[in-house]
Design a protein around this ligand. Structure first.
Ligand SMILES: [Zn+2]
Length: 134
C-alpha cells in the first residue's frame, strides 16, 4: 500500500517545519499557527494519492499529527472520508491519540488511530482564519 506513494512521501517533505515564534505571540496563537502549518502539509499529502487515483474512500492514508509539539513526527492513518470530516470544520484538527492540547482544543472524537479536535478561543479563531480551504 505505502509503496504506491511517490518516494518524496517518506522523505524530507514529510518533516514538520518549525515556525519561528515571535515573542509577542500568545502561546495559544503560536500553537494554533503551528498546527495550521501541519494542516497545510496534510492538505498536500491528501492531494497526491487523491489526484493519482490510488485510493478509494476507505483506504488508510498516512497524515501528520497536527499537535503543537515541534518535535512530533507521529503519523496517523485516516481514510479520505475521515480526513474530509476533520477538514469540514475550519477549527478542526487531527492528532495522534494523547497528542491533543487541551489548553487550546477539545476532543470531538477518538478511536484507536487518532483523535479529532476542535480549537476554541483565540486558537480557534487563528486556526479558522488560516484555513487553507477558507
Ligand atoms: Zn503529535
Amino acid at each position: 500500500m505505502l509503496s504506491a506513494f511517490p518516494p518524496s512521501f517518506a522523505g524530507s517533505s514529510c518533516r514538520k517545519k518549525e515556525l519561528v515564534a515571535s515573542g509577542k505571540m500568545t502561546s495559544a496563537k503560536r500553537k494554533a499557527l503551528n498546527e495550521g502549518a501541519f494542516r497545510e502539509a496534510n492538505e498536500k499529502l491528501e492531494r497526491s494519492p487523491r489526484e493519482l487515483d490510488l485510493v478509494d474512500g476507505d483506504s488508510l492514508i498516512p497524515f501528520l499529527c497536527e499537535c503543537p509539539r515541534h518535535e512530533c513526527r507521529e503519523i496517523v492513518l485516516l481514510t479520505l472520508r475521515e480526513y474530509e470530516d476533520v477538514r469540514s470544520s475550519p477549527k478542526g484538527g487531527l492528532a495522534a491519540v494523547g497528542h491533543e492540547d487541551r489548553s487550546i482544543e477539545r476532543v470531538m472524537a477518538q478511536n484507536n488511530r487518532f483523535v479529532t479536535t476542535e480549537k476554541f478561543g483565540e486558537a480557534g479563531d487563528v486556526h479558522a482564519e488560516a484555513n487553507p480551504r477558507g
